[in-house]
Design a protein. Sequence first.
Length: 216
Amino acid sequence: MKEQKKKAKLFSLKYLFVDFVRITGAIPTLLWYRPKFLYENQEAKKKIRGGALLISNHNCFFDPIYVMLAVWYRRHHIVCNQAFYNTKARWFLERVLCIPIDIENPGFQTMKTINDHLVNGELVSMFPEGHINDGSGEMRGFKSGMVLMAMRAGVPIIPVYTRIHEPRSSRLKLVIGEPVDINRMFDGRPTMSQIEEVTQMLFEKENKLKEIAFKS
């Protein structure tokens, strides 16, 4: 019993800072961005329960905020570029649950950390373009690592598209897609060709969410 109480205390202390940031930042964030929530279909409207890998397009440094607004009722473990993580911002990034990753060569420990979070029923959010796009609004091709992460942990991938907020002209639009169960797509161990096909399918799905954002 004492051990359980000790674990519960550690759990609450672990998330104390990030919850404080989320709560205190909620009101000004909502007032400034005035987010409009859109959904691919009825399945996409269901709340995300348990472990899941959320993916989104990458337009700017504020994208992590947009993603957290899209699924506001869950804590996010944001996967971020290791080069940015290893700056003066590291103290803050560590405490808001960011996970550093070497985009060109993800290490075993990083993959294990992500897998552990997913298996433990947590939400991990990432940007599979790998880098901020060139500002044209056109997405870069997705990296296939996200498919392997979801497969290994046995969790769905949740696609989200964010349309950049333009002050005084339009609201921030957040389009949430239907969960994609990667493991149901394969009978046995998939080939690299099949994994690339699924990666392309997710990229095309993200573009469909983009169409919803610009039509609504």
